[in-house]
Write a protein that binds this ligand. Structure first.
Ligand SMILES: [Zn+2]
Ligand SMILES: [Zn+2]
Length: 146
């Protein structure tokens, strides 16, 4: 899996323009936040982390911006356990591992033949969503148990 690094403002501006989205400062900041490697962020998390930097930011703006990015296929929305919706930058299909201790969501490359599946029993597959749960390596190192 290619490692996604935090993108520069120039890279993000280009990406937004190519997707037909006008690159406002707020949109650039939100996409830059999501572009950090393995970051799966909720609306609340994005809002809380960015509002100190952008005092004019509202939760509605974050929500609307994310909806626009999803529509333009710049980012993906994922739901784990039907609780919170998380957002991540678009990349090839992968599984999600969620830690029972710290709740972190980590991308897992399964190198699975599922990636190539376009059809199952004549149903058209548009999205592959695999969720795994357990204790992540950081929490195991810290000796945390649930
Ligand atoms: Zn953990
Ligand atoms: Zn992911």
């Amino acid at each position: 899996m290619p490692v996604l690094k935090e993108m520069s403002v120039a890279e993000i501006t280009k990406l937004l323009q190519e997707a037909g989205v006008s690159p406002s400062i707020q949109r650039i900041k939100i996409l830059q936040f999501i572009s950090v490697n393995e970051k799966h962020s909720s609306v609340d998390k994005i809002y809380q982390d960015l509002v100190s930097e952008i005092p004019t930011l509202s939760k509605t703006t974050v929500y609307n911006t994310l909806a626009l990015f999803v529509e333009k296929k710049i980012i993906n929305s994922i739901t784990i356990d039907n609780t919170e919706i998380l957002y991540e930058q678009s990349q090839k299909p992968h599984a999600h591992f969620q830690c029972n201790v710290c709740n972190n969501v980590i991308d897992i490359d399964l190198s699975s033949s599922l990636y190539g599946i376009k059809k199952i029993e004549n149903h058209k597959v548009e999205k592959v969503n695999i969720h795994l749960r357990g204790i992540c390596n950081e929490c195991l190192k810290n000796g945390s148990m649930k």
